[in-house]
Design a protein around this ligand. Structure first.
Ligand SMILES: *[C@@H]1O[C@H](CO)[C@@H](O)[C@H](O)[C@H]1NC(C)=O
Ligand SMILES: *[C@@H]1O[C@H](CO)[C@@H](O)[C@H](O)[C@H]1NC(C)=O
Length: 352
């Protein structure tokens, strides 16, 4: 009978000449006193007709109680004991085995919440009452010390919850698209119960502000966001174009310009090397005076763009950040890319 967080075992009814002497469990023999000292409460219950019974009370959390999580919120508790009785006056001993099970729907399942922050995506996980029995996975990667360190995750951990912030470009993050509002990212966090493999997951999507970025999407599109506020003489974002001057920007604001086009279109040069296809294009700003452009076809501004895809697929997202923001560090990738683009862009480390 599960009550008040205990397994209660009642054995009886016995005539007055039967006495409980020992309780054996898990390979140990406890006398009445020893059992009491080990938090197993034993009491004799007398009845008016002179008979009696014994009550054993063992908390669910007691080491003698086997706990097993069955999934879907239920726990099984079981206790297996051997009770030894003395029959007076002849001193005969007899044993009564008692195996009790109790299944309780008393699990508070963990809760997962996600939110977008300035720096990335944050998750809060409340463990519920199945503490530390859950493995945490961020985008398929196990959340361990190494991942926290490699990804510079911000981790806050207590008995009851974990809070983790996954910064932009850290491992575990997926990239969807780029627009003037920022980079569309998503992170999936999964909690997997270590014994039952039960799973709880949450997908959080965020748009994180970025300055300049070049993204090669799995659908073969090249997307570039450029900030032209520092260009002198000033340029008009609306008048910028790709190698094919009929390919204008997809979106602009005062200082920024966004291009999005199939990598092989808009005048891109296509090169096949080492099992990869390279698409190279350029964002250009022609001289505002058409006559001038005809005579001296020099450009006031040009930024190289390129995407590299494996010839045989599958295409994955690759992201390039401008070198000016963070100085390059080697080694990044062994993918081939032309010198001119290397000057402007550096790829995110593989797996990032
Ligand atoms: C009860 O346990 C004690 C040791 O704790 C042991 O010496 C004794 O033989 C046991 N008696 C029975 C009836 O099992
Ligand atoms: C004595 O009382 C108990 C508890 O009320 C009962 O279960 C048992 O059958 C009774 N025994 C006799 C011999 O009357």
């Amino acid at each position: 009978m599960p009550s008040g967080g205990e397994l209660v075992v009642s054995v009886g009814v016995f005539l007055p000449d039967v006495l409980l002497v020992n309780v054996s469990a898990a390979g140990r023999v406890f006398s009445w006193d020893e059992a009491e000292r080990n938090s197993v409460r034993i009491s004799q219950v007398p009845f008016p007709n002179g008979t009696h019974a014994y009550l054993l009370q063992v908390p669910f959390t007691h080491p003698l109680v086997t706990q097993k999580y069955l999934g879907e919120g239920s726990w099984s508790y079981s206790l297996s004991v051997l009770l030894s009785f003395l029959l007076s006056p002849d001193g005969q001993i007899f044993h009564v085995p008692a195996v009790v099970h109790s299944t309780l729907q008393d699990v508070v399942l963990p809760q997962l919440k996600g939110s977008c922050t300035e720096r990335g995506v944050r998750f809060q996980m409340h463990y519920g009452n199945l503490q530390n029995k859950w493995g945490v996975y961020v985008g398929g990667l196990k959340l361990d010390k190494q991942l926290v360190q490699d990804g510079q995750y911000e981790l806050d951990k207590t008995e009851e919850f974990i809070s983790v912030e996954i910064p932009l470009f850290a491992p575990g993050m997926d990239y969807k698209d780029l627009n003037l509002r920022g980079l569309e990212v998503s992170v999936t966090v999964r909690l997997v119960h270590m014994e039952t493999q039960e799973e709880i997951s949450h997908l959080q999507e965020c748009v994180l502000p970025v300055e300049e970025l070049l993204v090669c999407l799995p659908n073969g599109h090249m997307v570039a966001l450029l900030d032209v506020s520092g260009v002198f003489p000033p340029v008009d974002p609306k008048r910028m174009a790709l190698l094919d001057p009929s390919c204008g920007p997809q979106d602009t604001d005062q200082s920024r310009v966004l291009f999005s086009f199939p990598s092989g279109s808009c005048g891109s040069a296509v090169t096949h090397t080492d099992g990869h296809v390279l698409y190279i294009n350029q964002v250009r700003y022609p001289s505002p005076d058409p006559a001038h452009t005809m005579l001296h076809p020099h450009l006031l501004y040009s930024v190289p763009l390129m995407c590299v895809y494996p010839e045989s697929g599958p295409y994955s997202v690759s992201i390039y950040r401008p070198r000016s923001i963070v100085p390059p560090a080697a080694p990044f990738t062994s993918l081939p890319h032309p010198q001119s683009t290397e000057l402007k862009w550096r790829p995110l480390p593989a797996g990032g």
